[in-house]
Design a protein around this ligand. Structure first.
Ligand SMILES: CC(C)(COP(=O)(O)OP(=O)(O)OC[C@H]1O[C@@H](n2cnc3c(N)ncnc32)[C@H](O)[C@@H]1OP(=O)(O)O)[C@@H](O)C(=O)NCCC(=O)NCCS
Length: 121
């Protein structure tokens, strides 16, 4: 399930965010996590099963929710966690605003949307 990031999850969240291609070094990673702490328009969620296995961020911008920083623990990939995180984010924000992807998450979001469309046929 999706849970909200809080400071006590900082280490695990930083570990997950470090897998994002655009997060290039530790300073960059610290800036990202600091922005989630400080900016009321930046929301970070974690995916929790028995352990915390994934992270997904949302930036509220111009009336839209921009999905960013989607990352799953490498040992748990290809089991549908990424897709479930995207579905949960869509459910969470669907009554508030339009949801879209940033450049890094775009192709994965498209894949998730294609799969959920074909499973509804
Ligand atoms: C992208 C990521 C979050 C997917 O998580 P996951 O839990 O493995 O995803 P799912 O199990 O729901 O889906 C796996 C499918 O997505 C595909 N996929 C992985 N990354 C993808 C991408 N960037 N674009 C499109 N499809 C992608 C896989 O090839 C797989 O396809 P298949 O089912 O046809 O074999 C994970 O690979 C990850 O953390 N990557 C590192 C972070 C990253 O690069 N983030 C940016 C992209 S979101």
């Amino acid at each position: 399930m999706l849970i909200r990031y809080k400071k006590s999850f900082e280490k695990i969240a930083m570990g997950l965010l470090s897998f994002m291609p655009e997060v290039t070094d530790i300073r960059n990673l610290q800036d990202v996590i600091r922005q989630y702490d400080a900016d009321p328009d930046w929301h970070l969620f974690l995916w929790k099963e028995e352990d915390i296995l994934g992270a997904v961020g949302v930036r509220l911008e111009g009336g839209r929710a921009v999905v960013q920083h989607v990352s799953v623990n490498p040992s748990h990939r290809n089991q549908g966690i990424g897709r479930r995180m995207i579905q949960s984010i869509r459910l969470h924000f669907k009554d508030q605003c339009e949801i879209c992807a940033d450049t890094a998450t775009e192709t994965f979001m498209e894949k998730c949307d294609e799969e959920s469309a074909s499973s509804q046929l």
